[in-house]
Design a protein. Structure first.
Length: 103
């Protein structure tokens, strides 16, 4: 599904692109790699919460990159409402819930 989203031009991946999409409020969903550093995870989950975007922590950086046909990625932003809705549905069926900011 991530690959389809990328081919449709509705995905931003990598730290800089993901951060810009969140700050410009173009993001509908954020996925952060499980093996991202605590600092990276906290930065992105905090940013997502501040703009009201659901954030899931799943997969490794290598797995996210492989799904996109790229090098490892710590953060992926879905910019399409429809793709985000579909992915959230899949994640919920798998029993995953969005994360909240550590406090």
């Amino acid at each position: 599904m991530l690959g389809l989203c990328q081919r449709a031009g509705q995905l931003a991946s990598g730290d800089l692109a993901a951060e810009q999409a969140l700050k410009k409020r173009k993001a509908m969903l954020l996925i952060v790699a499980e093996d991202a550093s605590d600092r990276t995870r906290d930065k992105f989950t905090g940013l997502a919460m501040s703009v009201g975007v659901p954030c899931y922590v799943l997969g490794t950086r290598d797995e996210l990159g492989l799904a996109l046909g790229k090098a490892h990625r710590a953060a992926v932003v879905i910019q399409s409402r429809d793709f985000a809705k579909g992915l959230i549905g899949i994640l919920e069926k798998e029993g995953l819930t969005p994360v909240s900011v550590r406090g």
